[in-house]
Design a binder for this molecule. Structure first.
Ligand code: NAP
Length: 298
């Protein structure tokens, strides 16, 4: 037997608060990065009940953690307990990363940044001047649509089953970023024309996610146009039916895996100021993908 030396009085803590948190992969991502970089940091998740959110946030501040992640369902609720929030996170209406600097809590949203870094890296495509359609109008759609508009897209259509939620995101973009967003339906001929006319298609609707792998977010009969770039926020399975058909139609495809990885990497960089080397990012990508694949076949 040996004394465990992983945690000492000098170890700095990063945390995660949310509920549920049992299936999170974040501790494995962040603790692996710290071990690889030789940094004395440990990432610990806490399941927090809603009525304890304020106490949990203040407690983390009092304990001097260097930062924490916030996950479902507190990404919006946490904002009122922070000292400052980045412009992106305010427009997105959600904070997933908090940095504690000298007892002041600064909120960021790295979901949007994670999407952007992964999309740019995997496709080499920029959003500037592009026609884009985003499917869905939930939390992921809002983060992604705001980022796409901030990156200079010429047009961002938000197509959702519940029109009001799509309109809300379009209004936020039009009022605060640029007059480029429009809500549309997810069915019918006008939607088909928008879908075919978009250079970039981004899906955030969880249809096609394991175990319902035969589902699609849009009617299969609509079809894709060759050359379109198609992103699916879903990463389990790595190639959803939506992406499979897109690829068969001559589109460039990207799954949500890189977004998941880069939201974590961006958060780590915010907390520590350390730039994660590309080689480490690539190794993490492979490790995470094999873990998700193992879990989905259990
Ligand atoms: P959310 O806030 O619950 O939003 C879900 C969206 O999907 C809503 O727009 C909802 O439409 C739509 N939807 C759900 N079921 C539908 C159905 N049967 N038919 C039509 N539309 C339907 O969820 P979220 O947080 O945005 O997450 C969405 C997806 O993105 C999930 O698969 C999640 O795992 C994934 N995600 C991935 C990452 C990543 O890092 N890769 C990050 C965040 C999220 P209504 O408004 O009409 O209900």
């Amino acid at each position: 037997m040996e004394l465990d030396g992983h945690i000492s009085g000098k170890t700095q803590i990063i945390s995660l608060i949310g509920n549920p948190i049992e299936h999170t992969i974040s501790p494995q991502i962040h603790n692996t990065i710290s071990r690889q970089l030789g940094l004395d940091l440990t990432y610990i998740p806490f399941k927090v009940e809603k009525h304890n959110l304020y106490d949990a946030v203040n407690g983390l501040k009092a304990l001097g953690v260097i930062g924490f992640n916030v996950t479902i369902p507190y990404k919006s609720d946490v904002i009122e307990f922070l000292d400052e929030v980045s412009k992106d996170a305010l427009l997105i209406g959600a904070v997933n990363t908090v940095k504690n600097t000298d007892g002041k809590l600064y909120g960021h949203n790295t979901d949007a940044e994670g999407f952007y870094r992964s999309f740019r890296e995997e496709t080499g495509t920029s959003f500037k001047g592009k026609l884009v359609v985003v499917l869905g109008a939930g939390g992921a759609a809002r983060a992604i649509a705001v980022k796409i508009a901030m990156e200079g897209a010429a047009k961002v259509y938000i197509a959702n089953r519940t029109a009001e939620r799509a309109k809300n995101i379009a209004d936020i973009i039009n009022r605060n970023i640029s007059d480029t967003a429009e809500q549309c339906e997810l069915i019918g001929n006008p939607f088909r024309d928008i879908f075919h006319g978009s250079e970039i298609i981004v899906n955030t609707i969880p249809l096609g996610m394991y175990p319902d792998v035969d589902c699609m977010p849009v009617d299969e009969a609509i079809g894709f146009m060759p050359g379109q770039v198609v992103f699916d926020a879903v990463y389990n399975p790595p190639k959803t039916k939506f992406l499979r058909i897109a690829e068969q139609s001559g589109c460039k495809i990207v799954n949500g895996f890189g977004m998941l990885l880069y939201q974590g990497i961006s958060a780590y960089e915010i907390w520590t100021g350390v730039k994660i080397p590309d080689k480490l990012a690539a190794e993490l990508y492979t490790l995470m993908q094999s873990k998700v694949l193992r879990n989905s076949t259990k």
